[in-house]
Design a protein around this ligand. Structure first.
Ligand code: EPU
Length: 451
């Protein structure tokens, strides 16, 4: 733990320009989709983050040759020799990511069986996989849970099904998509998640030869096909990372341009950002033409001076305010005048990180009630899932231990906003989802160092 610490000398506004690449929560799924093709796939703008390494390792174990392409951030996947891997080899990746669960459908299609290690990912609640397993059984898979992991097989093949998710889960929707595209017959998924990352995954599958209709009211219809081929795809940019840097600009009274950030995928965030008192300007991308080098699109975010406003917000599935935007923004809300309310409705235990902010001088109370909005499924279940943030509070330096990815980034922002020198332990966790974050911090003028 001691060498995994960042010393942060806070109190300096972040100023400058950084770039975000392909969305972590799409890129990793696009890599899994490559397993379904019978020819190579090519993915651009892949960030150098830990989740990508885990999926790359798992693909390699299953015979998919993954190589770097000619462009920086380009990966090429050759699935012509998909093969089984031993449980011991696969278990090396146990606990490191939640993506392995999405290998179920593609491996069942390619090999007739699959072994999935114990999952990891961030500890932000129990994070069950019951929807995934229920969906796979609906397709005709048998699931055997053992202490070492999940063994799945499909002795009679996989067949299209009509299925409604109890909640519009992102992962379970992806599970259904990756399974239904090559299942025999038609699948109708109701109460599906429709996050931009899911729509982008659908675009990839469509490029591969899939037939997928996205109807209104969260209904997705998939017509199974016998064969899929490889894809070439440039993914949507990471809107969670973009919002994290925007929140950092606001909390440190700075000015950050996020190249690659896309307005359409961040509309809900931008509305809240403006209500809090932050300013932003969108620059549209312009393709190069003769005599004109063109322009990369992005969004510039800044603190205009003066005081910030308290807001009430509720996290929700798309098109609501993303749960992953919540933690970074709360740091900025500690600087707003009045009482802000945050009702977390996606995860039951995603406010624990506020304790660390309180040790730095913030005034945040968490409640079991559904505050400030409509009742959610956690309301009567004893989870502290609403927060009231009283501000503005002067933040002071502290020693912090990072609990999970997004909360970790919020700790980092708090340390950057606070007066004095903080030590942030466990920063390596941030590399799971934020590419080159230390280099980006330096580019933005942050005073950070490894001891
Ligand atoms: N849920 C169940 N059963 C299931 C699946 C989900 O009860 O079988 C519940 C979860 O416990 C949670 C809710 O449904 O309360 C939503 O979970 P969802 O399945 O949508 O989340 P996920 O697919 O596991 C992805 C992202 C998360 C992001 C959520 C919500 C990836 C790899 N992860 O998780 O991202 O918060 O969707 O948008 O795509 C992150 O990037 O830091 C992160 C946690």
């Amino acid at each position: 733990m001691t060498d995994d610490v960042l010393v942060v000398h806070g109190g300096t506004p972040l100023e400058g320009r950084i770039r975000v690449r392909g969305a972590k929560n799409l890129v990793s799924k696009a890599m899994v989709a490559a397993l379904l093709g019978d020819t190579p796939s090519r993915l651009f703008d892949v960030p150098r983050i830990r989740d990508v390494e885990v999926v790359r390792g798992l693909l390699g174990l299953h015979g998919v040759k993954v190589t770097d392409g000619t462009e920086d951030g380009e990966l090429v996947f050759d699935p012509s020799n998909v093969e089984s891997a031993s449980t011991d080899q696969i278990n090396v990746h146990a606990g490191s990511s939640r993506i392995p669960i999405l290998f179920c459908g593609p491996l069942l299609h390619r090999l007739g069986h699959a072994f999935i290690p114990d999952l990891g990912g961030c500890h932000i609640g129990p994070r069950p996989i019951d929807f995934h397993l229920q969906a796979l059984r609906e397709f005709g898979a048998t699931v055997d849970k053992t202490p070492e992991g999940l063994h799945l097989s499909a002795p009679n093949g996989l067949h299209g099904t009509k299925f409604a998710l109890p909640y519009p889960s992102v992962g379970a929707t992806e599970q259904v998509l990756l399974t239904a595209v090559m299942a025999e017959g038609v699948t109708e998924l109701r109460n599906a998640a429709v996050e931009p990352e899911i729509i982008d995954l659908i675009c990839i599958l469509q490029k591969m030869g899939a037939i997928i209709k996205v109807h209104t009211d969260r209904v997705i219809e998939i017509q199974g096909v016998k064969k899929l081929h490889g894809y070439t795809h440039r993914p949507i940019p990471d809107r969670i990372e973009a919002a994290s840097w925007a929140a950092a600009a606001l909390a440190t009274r700075g000015h950050v341009e996020v190249l690659g950030a896309q307005q359409a995928d961040m509309m809900t965030f931008l509305n809240i950002f403006r209500s809090v008192g932050g300013e932003y300007e969108v620059t549209d991308a312009r393709p190069p033409k003769l005599g004109d080098p063109g322009q990369e699109g992005g969004i510039r975010f800044w603190h205009p001076g003066g005081e910030l406003n308290a807001v009430a917000l509720e996290t929700d599935v798309h098109p609501g305010f993303m749960t992953d935007w919540q933690q970074p923004l709360v740091v900025a809300l500690t600087q707003a005048r009045g009482l802000s309310i945050v009702h977390e409705t996606v995860y039951e235990q995603r406010l624990g990180y506020t304790e660390a902010l309180n040790t730095m001088g913030a005034n945040i109370q968490v409640y079991r009630d559904c505050l400030g909005g409509t009742p959610c499924r956690f309301g009567r279940r004893n989870f502290k899932h609403s927060a009231v943030i009283a501000g503005p509070s002067k933040l002071h330096a502290a020693d912090l231990v990072i609990p999970d990815l997004r909360a970790g980034f919020s700790h980092l922002i708090a340390a950057l906003a606070a007066e004095g020198t903080s030590r942030v332990y466990g920063v390596d966790l941030i590399n799971r989802g934020y590419e080159d974050f230390e280099a980006k911090l330096s580019d933005l003028g942050a005073h950070v160092e490894r001891p």
